[in-house]
Design a binder for this molecule. Sequence first.
Ligand SMILES: Nc1ncnc2c1ncn2[C@@H]1O[C@H](COP(=O)(O)OP(=O)(O)O)[C@@H](O)[C@H]1O
Ligand SMILES: [Mg+2]
Length: 274
Amino acid sequence: MTEVYATPAAPVCAPSAGGSRPILSVRQMEKVYGSKDSVTKAVRDISFDVMPGEFVGIMGPSGSGKTTLLNCVATIDTVTSGHILVDGRDITGLRSRALAKFRRDDLGFIFQDSNLLDTLTGFENIALALTVKGEPTGQVKPKVERIAATLGVADVLEKYPYQMSGGQKQRIAAARAMVADPKLVLADEPTGALDSRSAAVMLETLEMMNASLGATIMMVTHDSYAASFANRILFIKDGAVFNEIRKGDTSRKDFFNRIMEVVTFLGGDAADAR
Ligand SMILES: Nc1ncnc2c1ncn2[C@@H]1O[C@H](COP(=O)(O)OP(=O)(O)O)[C@@H](O)[C@H]1O
Ligand SMILES: [Mg+2]
């Protein structure tokens, strides 16, 4: 297929907003799985920046390397080569103690299935993100209640995950990701397990976390509707960035249509990138 949209391997950089530095810089990242008999290049060569306050969507067909990229930023996985800088610090070389501290203090996570602890209430799940950081006890309750109210889950704080809907669980997970004021929120297919109504609420929640609470978000998705809530989309294919589009002043609907055009153009093996 002709790659009309193909970009050279050069770094894709956001314009610097008022001279501030990127929250996230991915530099020539490569990730290879397996050994010499069976080698998979999950990420071939990815470079990009995320500036403070951005909501970036990473799109690509299944198997294109999205989760691998996100897991390397999350330090759940390690890169084969290249560098990942968070707020100017290279995290690819961090050792276990520094890694644990980095994950706890600087990152918030939202996964496809909310990953809440089943034996804890909504309140306790959110509070955990603060207590592991050593937050003074008196601060925990007001902080949990404030974020839960903001994200519309104040009424399920006393419930256990099995008593919540899928959408409520995901919003509790979003509250847990946000409560400790992380530098970067990472979301991997956050609406993947939700019905369309709950997905819309979850995406509006992410949009609000970004626009009103100032969260910098990187969301991985194969879903054009989900992606249209972001402000900028990086399209990856076969482990490399091949196109980038920005919402700019256009409406979410216009952005959705532009995303669909690129997805349709991808065609072929990207057909599942609906
Ligand atoms: N732990 C692993 N071991 C071997 N191959 C893997 C592993 N994780 C992912 N891969 C392979 O890397 C490629 C990218 O996977 P992934 O990042 O999960 O893609 P996506 O999230 O875009 O669907 C796929 O070909 C996948 O099979
Ligand atoms: Mg994935």
